[in-house]
Write a protein of this length. Structure first.
Length: 193
């Protein structure tokens, strides 16, 4: 029993070590790519870096340099948003359907914070709309850039809520396959049957 527990612990430690090495290698590759793009100052290289590493720790500086190098206005972007699935929806999966979308208009300030969030188009379910607006207000953004300077900008953003098929509960048809088994929405919840 002790030997089995010890073996499990050693496997877990080895797996964590491999994950750390993998993450370090990825960060090293990202840092190397940033160093190359940053030192070149080339709009094409900066854009390639942003395309490859859109959520990088270097993304804010890369966007600023790309905007200046290309003399372009860059729209604001969502950097991080944490949408909470409303509890009111959990027992209503079938009646709500597989996916609904709340469309938002967001004004992003120069400091990357939302100054105004409005509902452009309802999802048809108030708790979804409220959760989308609340998440957008708390989200962090990369501000719009105009010739390398952060400026206020507007962003249209969709927040989707999806229900997933609960095959583990013995539901193999999932209402004629209307409900997916993998999440393609902003946030998903497995249907309770």
């Amino acid at each position: 029993m002790k030997q089995s527990h010890l073996r499990s612990t050693m496997l877990a430690v080895a797996a964590l070590g491999l994950l750390s090495v993998s993450a370090a290698a990825q960060n090293a590759g990202e840092a190397s790519a940033w160093e190359s793009a940053n030192s070149s100052g080339s709009a094409a290289q900066l854009q390639a870096f942003l395309d490859t590493y859109p959520t990088s720790q270097f993304a804010p500086e890369a966007r600023q340099k790309y905007s200046a190098a290309s003399n372009m206005l860059l729209a604001p972007k969502v950097q991080h948003i944490d949408v909470q699935f409303p509890q009111e929806a959990e027992g209503l999966g079938l009646s709500l359907g597989p996916m609904r979308v709340a469309k938002l208009n967001i004004v992003v300030q120069q400091d990357g914070k939302a100054s105004d969030v409005t509902l452009a188009e309802t999802s048809g379910f108030d708790p979804y709309d409220g959760a989308a607006i609340e998440a957008a207000r708390k989200a962090t953004y990369l501000p719009a850039m105009d010739h390398g300077m952060a400026v206020e900008g507007r962003l249209a953003y969709d927040v989707s809520f999806g229900f997933l098929c609960n095959r583990a509960a013995g539901d193999f048809t999932c209402d004629d396959r209307r409900f997916p088994t993998t999440c393609s929405a902003t946030v998903c919840k497995t249907m309770l049957r």
